[in-house]
Each structure stands twice: as structure tokens, then as C-alpha cells.
Design a protein around this ligand. Structure first.
Ligand SMILES: [Zn+2]
Length: 399
């Protein structure tokens, strides 16, 4: 048994404890106590001055690559083996940042699928993962050169089957434009409702979920009606879309971090000025809609679109900071990163809160995240399933 002693506890399952203790027994949380233990038995981690929070989630990750610019050529030129080795470093970076849940929604060479296996076998440290394999988009559409092209309902059914056969837990579809090329319109719909419905039907019959990249209301509407579990980016959220999201219990992952970075640092990165303008337009549109949706009760979770330029694999704290910046209370931002991620992953019974009987995924941060959300950057200790990981400085991506 191990006792984390003397820390503040933000369990997300009850009031904040100012100075308490958490007992870990094997892989599970045995007790969460409202006072520090005077003479704890077994191992002790003295955590005075720190705050314990549940393990956090990255719900829009791309662990198999990092793009220094929007040019896909350098990433596509990297050998798969090198990408795989880099992915193990990113997994360690993420775990060290307090990320214990990772949903990978579009990768290269099925490295995501094999990395998940390697982590689950204990070969390399990393978050618990759910993975999509290759992401599916139409020929010439958003993300061409990175995504797997599939056009028409029949081709989509086949592509979905291929990802599932390879080991995907879910399917990622690109239903609209995005911000990769100055010539594309993020608010153009790229898959028809018929195509989306065919892909979702195929996935569902195999017991898999589907998440859909969509900026415009048109594609989001169609994706929800088709049965998507979640919407990535989800920029335009008019009232009828808010109603649909709530009535179907569909999650959105707004990915503020990517649009913040592209609009603020795009010029420095050397992106086409038109692309920087498009990113700013998307950011503004997000601000226009997001808080109304959040207040109405739309469910949202943290994801950064990591792998995009300047959006690093160890930086989930940025997404929480940006949520607070756009108007979310720190408690709600932390909920989006913990409880909500666990629900989106289908892991509510075992993760998301610091509660007796749940898996011991515990992050100790310096500072009080409900007073200053940036405390989520100051990760000092990480436990995943009761096992201790000492955070190390994150290693940079390949040049
Ligand atoms: Zn993405």
C-alpha cells in the first residue's frame, strides 16, 4: 500500500479537501481521506503543498507525427520506424504531463494501434489509449496526403472495415474542410450525409464509435444525425445544433489550442498569411458559439489537435487555460479534462475522479488549479493504475 499524504485533493467527486490523504492499494484507490495520515503504514509520498487531481485526457491526439509547418512532405518522408520511436517519446512526454487517457484520432502506418499494445504490455510508458488507425477523408479534401482517401458509401464501408481489421477502437471521418491549405474552406462540407451514415453504420455494427471532424453547422448536423459519438473542432454551433448535440448526448472537442497557436504564431512558423487569417476566422467563430453551447449543457472534453504546428504532445494544460480564457470556470475546465474524458472514452466506472475503488490515475500538481488553472502545467508526480511515473522534461520532436 502507498499513501499520498498531506496534499490538497480535487477529487471531482465531492468537495475540495484542503489537507488530506489518498491510499493506493495495487492498481486501485483504496481511500480518499479528509485529513493527513499521522502515521501511515506502507510506503508514503509526502505531498504537502501539492494538489491531487485525477489523470487528465487528450481527446484529439495525433501521436504518430509532429508537423513543424503545414507541409506534409517532411512527415511523409520519415520512415515509419522512426515515427514509431518518436511516438514512444511523445507517449512518455504526455504521461509526464499528467495525461493518462489518450484518444488518437488519425495516425500513420497504424503505429497508434501498435503503440497502444506496447503500452498495455508495459513495454513503454504512456497513457491508456483508444485509437482510430488511419483517418478517412475524401480525395483531395482536408488533410490530403495524411488521411486515407475514401469516396462514396461503398468505399467508406470498406475503409472502415480495414481500420477495424487492423485494430482500431473507433473511426475518424473528415466531414469538412479545415486549416491546412490556404485554398480550402473550413466551412465547406466534404462528405455527404449518405457517406457519413454508411461509415457510421459500418462502424456501429462492429461495435465501434465514430468521431467526425467538422467546422460548419451543416456537416455537424449531418454527422450527429448519422450517429457520431463526438464532433471534433465543432466550430459553428447554432441553436438547432446545440439541441441536437444535447438530445443525442454527443460530445464536442473544440480544440482551442490548435487555432490559438495557428492564429497567434502562424506567421512566426512561416505559414501562408492567408492560412493565418483563416485560422483567426475559425478562432473568432469558435468564440462566437462555444460558451452558449457550454451554458446550454453541451458536453465538451479537452483535446488540442496535438501534432499540429506548435501544438505539443505534453501540453494539455494549454487547452484548459484557453477554456478558462473563453469563459469556462476552472472547475468546469478541469471536469472537461477528467470526468468528461473518462465518459467519452467509456471509462466512467474506472477513471475520471479520485474515488475509492477506481483505478489509481492520480496527478500531483504544484498550486491550486481551481484558483489558477495553469497549475495543471506544474506536474510533479504521476500515477497510472497505481504505478509511479516521475515526470521528466519533455523531449522535442524530430527536426
Ligand atoms: Zn486533428
Amino acid at each position: 500500500m502507498l499513501t499520498i499524504n498531506g496534499c490538497r485533493i480535487v477529487s471531482m467527486d465531492g468537495p475540495v479537501i484542503e489537507q488530506g490523504s489518498i491510499e493506493i492499494d495495487g492498481t486501485l484507490i483504496r481511500a480518499v481521506r479528509g485529513r493527513a495520515a499521522a502515521r501511515p503504514s506502507g510506503e508514503v509520498l509526502d505531498a504537502g503543498g501539492l494538489t491531487a487531481i485525477p489523470g487528465m485526457g487528450q481527446m484529439h491526439g495525433h501521436i504518430t507525427a509532429y508537423m513543424h509547418t503545414m507541409d506534409t512532405a517532411p512527415v511523409n518522408a520519415q520512415p515509419a520506424a522512426l515515427k514509431a520511436i518518436q511516438a514512444t517519446a511523445f507517449a512518455r512526454n504526455a504521461l509526464g504531463a499528467g495525461i493518462t487517457m489518450w484518444r488518437d484520432i488519425g495516425g500513420h502506418a497504424h503505429i497508434d494501434i501498435h503503440l497502444k499494445r506496447a503500452i498495455n504490455h508495459g513495454l513503454v510508458p504512456g497513457p491508456r489509449m483508444l485509437v482510430c488507425g488511419r483517418w478517412l477523408g475524401r480525395s483531395g479534401g482536408h488533410g490530403s496526403g495524411l488521411s486515407e482517401p475514401a469516396d462514396g458509401a461503398e468505399a467508406l464501408r470498406r475503409a472502415v472495415r480495414e481500420q477495424i481489421a487492423a485494430g482500431a477502437d473507433g473511426i475518424k471521418l473528415i466531414a469538412s474542410g479545415g486549416v491546412m491549405e490556404a485554398s480550402e474552406d473550413p466551412f465547406a462540407m466534404e462528405y455527404t450525409e449518405e457517406e457519413l451514415a454508411a461509415a457510421v453504420d459500418e462502424a456501429r455494427r462492429a461495435g465501434r464509435w465514430v468521431t467526425v471532424h467538422s467546422h460548419p453547422a451543416s456537416a455537424t448536423r449531418a454527422a450527429i444525425r448519422a450517429g457520431a459519438r463526438s464532433i471534433e473542432h465543432a466550430t459553428e454551433l447554432p441553436d438547432d445544433v446545440i439541441d441536437l448535440l444535447i438530445s443525442r448526448g454527443v460530445y464536442i472537442v473544440p480544440t482551442f489550442a490548435a487555432y490559438w497557436k495557428l492564429s497567434r504564431e502562424g506567421t512566426e512558423i512561416g505559414l501562408d498569411p492567408e492560412l493565418v487569417r483563416i485560422a483567426s476566422r475559425v478562432w473568432d467563430r469558435k468564440i462566437e458559439y462555444f460558451m452558449k453551447a457550454a451554458r446550454a449543457g453541451v458536453k465538451y472534453a479537452t483535446g488540442t489537435d496535438t501534432g499540429a504546428p506548435r501544438v505539443f504532445h505534453h501540453e494539455i494544460a494549454l487547452e484548459l487555460e484557453l477554456m478558462v480564457r473563453v469563459g469556462v470556470a476552472p472547475e468546469q475546465a478541469l471536469r472537461a479534462a477528467t470526468v468528461n474524458c473518462a465518459e467519452l472514452m467509456g471509462w466512467t466506472d474506472t477513471l475520471g475522479t479520485l474515488s475509492p475503488g477506481k483505478d489509481a490515475d492520480i496527478v500531483l500538481v504544484d498550486g491550486h488549479p481551481l484558483e489558477d488553472i495553469s497549475a495543471t502545467r506544474q506536474v510533479r508526480h504521476v500515477f497510472k493504475a497505481g504505478r509511479y511515473y516521475a515526470p521528466e522534461p519533455p523531449v522535442p520532436p524530430l527536426p
